[in-house]
Design a protein around this ligand. Sequence first.
Ligand SMILES: C[S@@+](CC[C@H](N)C(=O)[O-])C[C@H]1O[C@@H](n2cnc3c(N)ncnc32)[C@H](O)[C@@H]1O
Length: 251
Amino acid sequence: MNEKIRPNGTQFEGKEEYVREVFTEIASYYDEMNEMMSMGMIKGWHRFMIRKAGDINGKKCLDIGTGTGEIAFLLSENAGAGGEVFGVDITPKMLEYAEKKMKERNLPKPVVFETGDALSLVFGDCSFDIVMSGYMLRNVTDVQKAVDEMYRVLRPGGRAVVAELSKPNNRVIRFFYELYMKHRVSRLGRKYDNGEPIGGKYPAYEWLTSSVEGFPKGKEMTEKFTKAGFADARYFVKSMGAVNIYSGIKK
Ligand SMILES: C[S@@+](CC[C@H](N)C(=O)[O-])C[C@H]1O[C@@H](n2cnc3c(N)ncnc32)[C@H](O)[C@@H]1O
């Protein structure tokens, strides 16, 4: 039975297992869909994240919910041979694609990809200079815990930069955004996931698009960063509000 997505339905029973099933299912076409759904803007969002991280050269970096590794690859290119980059994800299948892609990238140093949970990172306190995460927070069962973990593994002065999808605030823009999500993205998604429910729940792209509904964004999200202990928690609105990029500095 395909459960109805509730308002603020970003949390539900069995979510962790469901999320892993979704990303296992879509891993082979994840990058292609991202490119189409974002109309090619995703690369610009990633470059913006890199700029917000400051000087990455020679730094130790972590990409949480790395998926097929795009942010981790960018971090590696910027960290150079003197840096170190780790990418963790809860879905082994996504990491398989990251490893496969890495063979075709000419990185200064390979990224270390590992299976791991954002809610209980295996890394010690204060082990990274930079922590990034792209479009993962919507998928976790405890957003505050994920942000707390980012804070814990950062060194004092280290920076977190996190991207997440959001619904535009402006009514006119939101109208066109909703049209785009409802028609173009849903139709595209259905072509790939065939509208098949996963684990008795939503089809993959129904989840990925609807989970934006009611998900904390802007100030509500920076409050979670401040609560975790971050100084200078702020957010940047990209693509007319379709994406928010958050940053904070460990005290
Ligand atoms: C939308 S994808 C984003 C992938 C990548 N960051 C990007 O920018 O394309 C979300 C990723 O988060 C991972 N994920 C979800 N929950 C997680 C958790 N608790 N710990 C680690 N990774 C998780 C999923 O497996 C998936 O690969």
